[in-house]
Design a protein around this ligand. Structure first.
Ligand code: NAD
Length: 457
């Protein structure tokens, strides 16, 4: 049986080895998921809901241990691992509260002779190929509403968050979800590729644009329902009437929280020239205050880079920015090993010839660019192939709305950033993906509407 070796990215040490899947076991799990799907869907939703209530209670009980597992395998600072699990509880509550109503049959027309209804039926067997950076969030955004609405789920966690994926599986099974209804597939891209070959009814992917494109190409001819939640290059604009200190504190956190490894991290900052220098000074004050190092320490803010190859991306972006005339304010280098550490890095005097301002960085690096007015800010914010989130800082709501209405992004923020709400749809435009999770739309997306035309006569 193949084995997957799990490393601690903060120390480089091997944590453990776990049995991995191969094409044969993936096919067996897919057959089992198909065989039980109709029975799972036929249960009253209250029974499926009871499993998720139990799952939620187990997370509360075991929160510290689950956080430690996530920190060990991803390098996420321990306080942020607990934050993710605590934040997950609100998402679970949203799904528990809203799922039954979101998929209740709707009567949309009813007169003496005719009734028209929309029934929301489960897709069937749903596959979820997931990322490592917020493994509980991105996994449960799919897994929980998919199960609640009557699908069976084949879940392939990232090879960098496998232990967390196995914990999700353990807790769901202990909560009463049958093993065939929810399976964890262990392995890397080869196991994900094997999953694509199965007769699935929906593929929900979170990860990089490059992998998303490969998945779309593989599934295209089969017309399987496909959702892709991909990367971003999320901009924020700080207007001249904003408080530079408040904006800087919020944006330094938005850029560097989770060691900059958030899909909606602030990746580009544009500041009106009138407050640029004050903003940069305040931004640097905040960044200098970030504790860097061991992710198991309570006060650590910048932890490890989960995937070692990403360090090469940072080095290349730093070299490119320097070569093109950017000013390095701090960082710009790897931290001494062992483990994957990178110093928080801030550049000013950047422009859009630099990869730092164009390609996803996914780390604790940020470029701050001076702009002359709102029009220039809008033009630069839209100068990207991505469109996940975008923000504006100003006390003037009308000004923020005018700017944000012109920006192409799935989510827009006024005086905030790096924020996800279970009540709002999470989606991207352009190369940030297709489809959505969260909100009631993100529950209905695991169903297809069946149209009933009922003549009474
Ligand atoms: P990745 O694309 O390297 O891997 C994602 C998943 O795809 C993993 O489980 C991997 O094993 C699998 N995979 C790799 N090759 C495959 C193949 N050929 N066929 C099938 N599966 C394959 O991405 P990552 O490094 O895990 O995640 C980081 C990326 O995810 C960033 O770009 C980030 O912005 C993005 N992300 C987006 C969101 C969002 O909501 N839009 C959320 C989190 C992360």
């Amino acid at each position: 049986m193949p084995q997957l070796t799990i490393h601690n990215p903060a120390t480089g040490a091997v944590i453990t080895q776990v049995p991995a899947d191969d094409a044969t076991s993936v096919a067996a799990k897919a057959r089992a998921a198909r065989a039980v799907q109709a029975a799972w869907a036929a249960q009253p939703i209250a029974e499926r809901r009871a499993c998720i209530v139990h799952f939620r209670a187990s997370i509360v009980e075991q929160l510290d241990a689950l956080a430690a597992v996530m920190t060990a395998e991803t390098g996420k600072p321990i306080a942020m691992s607990r934050n993710e699990l605590n934040g997950l509880l609100g998402r679970l509550d949203f799904f528990l509260d809203q799922s039954a109503a979101a998929v209740a049959t709707e009567t949309v027309f009813d007169d003496a002779g005719m009734r028209e209804q929309i029934e929301h039926i489960p897709l069937g067997v749903v596959a979820n190929i997931s990322a490592w950076n917020y493994p509980w969030f991105v996994g449960c955004n799919v897994i929980v509403p998919a199960l609640l609405t009557g699908n069976t789920v084949l879940y392939k966690p990232s090879e960098y968050a496998t232990l967390t994926g196995l914990e999700i599986g353990r807790l769901l099974h202990e909560a009463g979800v049958p093993r065939e209804v929810f399976s964890v597939l262990v392995g890397g891209g080869d196991v994900g590729a094997a999953l694509l070959e199965q007769p699935i009814d929906g593929l929900f992917f979170t990860g990089s644009h490059a992998t998303g494109q490969r998945i779309a190409q593989a599934l295209g001819p089969r017309l399987v329902k496909l959702q892709l939640e991909l990367g971003g290059k999320d901009p924020t604009y700080v207007c001249d009437d904003a408080d530079p200190r408040l904006a800087a504190a919020s944006l330094a956190d938005g850029a560097m929280y989770n060691t900059g490894q958030s899909c909606c991290s602030v990746e580009r900052i544009y500041v009106h020239e009138k407050i640029h220098d004050a903003f940069v000074e305040a931004f640097m004050d905040t960044v200098r205050g970030f504790a860097v190092g061991d992710p198991t320490r309570e006060d650590t803010y910048i932890g490890a880079i989960t995937r070692a190859p990403q360090l090469d991306v940072f080095d290349a972006q730093v070299a490119d920015a320097k070569a093109k005339g950017a000013t390095l304010r701090c960082g710009g280098e790897r931290l001494p090993g062992p483990g994957n550490g990178y110093a928080p890095t801030v550049f000013t005097n950047v422009d859009h010839t630099m990869d730092l301002m164009r390609e996803e960085t996914f780390g604790p690096l940020i470029g701050i660019q001076k702009v002359a007015d709102d029009d220039e800010a809008v033009r630069l914010m839209n100068d990207t192939r991505y469109g996940l989130t975008a923000g504006v800082f100003t006390p003037d709501e009308g000004r923020a709305r005018t700017v944000l209405a012109q920006v192409h992004a799935g989510s827009v923020y006024w005086n905030c950033c790096d924020r996800v709400s279970p009540r709002l749809p999470w989606s991207g435009v352009g190369d940030s993906g297709v489809g959505l999770t969260l909100s009631t739309y993100g529950i209905q997306t695991f169903t297809r509407p069946k149209a009933w035309h009922l003549r009474k006569a």
